[in-house]
Design a protein around this ligand. Structure first.
Ligand SMILES: [Zn+2]
Length: 127
C-alpha cells in the first residue's frame, strides 16, 4: 500500500529509478524504508538515486506454487541483492534459469509493471 512514507520510493520506481533514503543527520543509507534512521533515530531523510547495480549474495529457487498467483512463473528465484551502495534488497532475478543464477552474479535493476506498480527486479548485468 502506498502511503506518505513510501510514496517517493514508488514514484521513483515508476520513473525507472531506484531510490532509497539517506539519513540527513548521519548519512546512513537505509533500506527497507523506515520512518526513523536505525543508526541515529533521526526522522530526516532524502531520497537518493542509486546506480541499480549489485550482486547476488544469496538465493533460492521456488519450484512449488505456494500461491496460485505465482504458478505460471515456476520455477522462479528469490534473491538477496547486495546493492553497490550498501543496502541489500530482496527481489527476483529475471532472465536467468535456475542453473544460471549464482552467488556473485552481477545484476542491474529493471522494473516489472504488475497491477499498476512498477516493481524493482533485477537482471544479469551486461559485461
Ligand atoms: Zn541517521
Amino acid at each position: 500500500m502506498i502511503d506518505e512514507g513510501n510514496k517517493a520510493f514508488w514514484d521513483a520506481c515508476a520513473a525507472g529509478e531506484l531510490r532509497v533514503q539517506r539519513c540527513i543527520t548521519c548519512g546512513h543509507l537505509r533500506y527497507p524504508i523506515s520512518t526513523v534512521c536505525p543508526e541515529c533515530l533521526s526522522e530526516d531523510a532524502a531520497w537518493e538515486l542509486l546506480s541499480g547495480r549489485g550482486t547476488v549474495v544469496s538465493f533460492c529457487i521456488f519450484r512449488h506454487a505456494y500461491n496460485e498467483a505465482w504458478r505460471d512463473r515456476l520455477p522462479y528465484n528469490v534473491a538477496i541483492i547486495q546493492l553497490e551502495e550498501g543496502p541489500r534488497m530482496l527481489s527476483n532475478v529475471h532472465g536467468v534459469s535456475p542453473d544460471e543464477i549464482r552467488v556473485d552474479l552481477e545484476v542491474k535493476v529493471a522494473f516489472e509493471v504488475e497491477q499498476g506498480f512498477s516493481i524493482p527486479v533485477f537482471e544479469r548485468a551486461a559485461r
